[in-house]
Write a protein that binds this ligand. Sequence first.
Ligand code: NCD
Length: 319
Amino acid sequence: MFNDQSYKEVFMPHHLIDIHDFTREEIAALIALGEDIIVRPQDYQDSAARKKLATLFFEPSTRTRLSFEAAMLDLGGSVLGVASEDSSSAAKGESVADTIRTVQCYADIIAMRHPKEGAPLVAAKHATVPIINAGDGGQNHPTQTLTDLFTLHREFGQLHGLTIGLCGDLKFGRTVHSLIAAMARYPGVHVVLISPNELTAPDYVIDMIKRHGATYEECRTMESVMPKLDALYMTRVQRERFFNEEDYIRLKDSYILNMEKMSLAKKDMMILHPLPRVNEIDLEVDSDPRAMYFKQAKYGMYIRMALLSSILGAGDKNA
Ligand code: NCD
């Protein structure tokens, strides 16, 4: 069993709404726990026994919802939930607060995805059980960030000193916002923001980079920056957040990563993508050993196991 005392002392906030709800030390502890779970899964198979996770997903999802559910099942717990807004009373006009007051009668922990920014925070204010933000509108996606950090850490052995490129829809991409917020706190990190003029990162994200003392640059093309990147985080253009379809069509293929562009990259540059992919990574790149996105999706399950068992375990301790 994972038995690092410092880990137990620093953990654990009740809810996870924003990646900054965790300190760097807490993230390091979660990563260490995720590593241990991969090596000794049998030690964790009853960590969530007799506990229930409710997944409330009011927006489409494949990886996040299923990896949460698989994680809970592998910890010996059970899952229940709704997979779309249409199939819940939200479609009848129920408020987030009332939904949460109800669902917490049936579950010990809730993972919520919602199209409105801030909805999981509202949920947390009304909840007596832990709420995990599984993506809120164009704002935050902290558990994807834990997945991304876990993947980077597994491959590079550290998070400080990395030069990371983020490419695509930096305006609406919630995975990008949370990942930048997390990475900016590690010494020596350099962030390269690659996007069309219309899809640049919001000012609050840039301010966060500056506040934490990381360095950054913004550019419009991939080619010039490829050689310096340790990791490249590709993202799809977020169609559902656009006000008009014409703008989406004009911008959707702004960047397509192919083998020609990969030939400019370092031999060990890591390609990440939160998925789903639309067009932004050519299929020919999938067989390149630097393509990590499907492995990343798998790591997402282990780090969610670490997260669920930690939050539920801390709850027991405080009981
Ligand atoms: C992302 C999301 O939902 O924000 N997907 C995911 O959770 N893995 C990225 C996206 O939808 O583009």
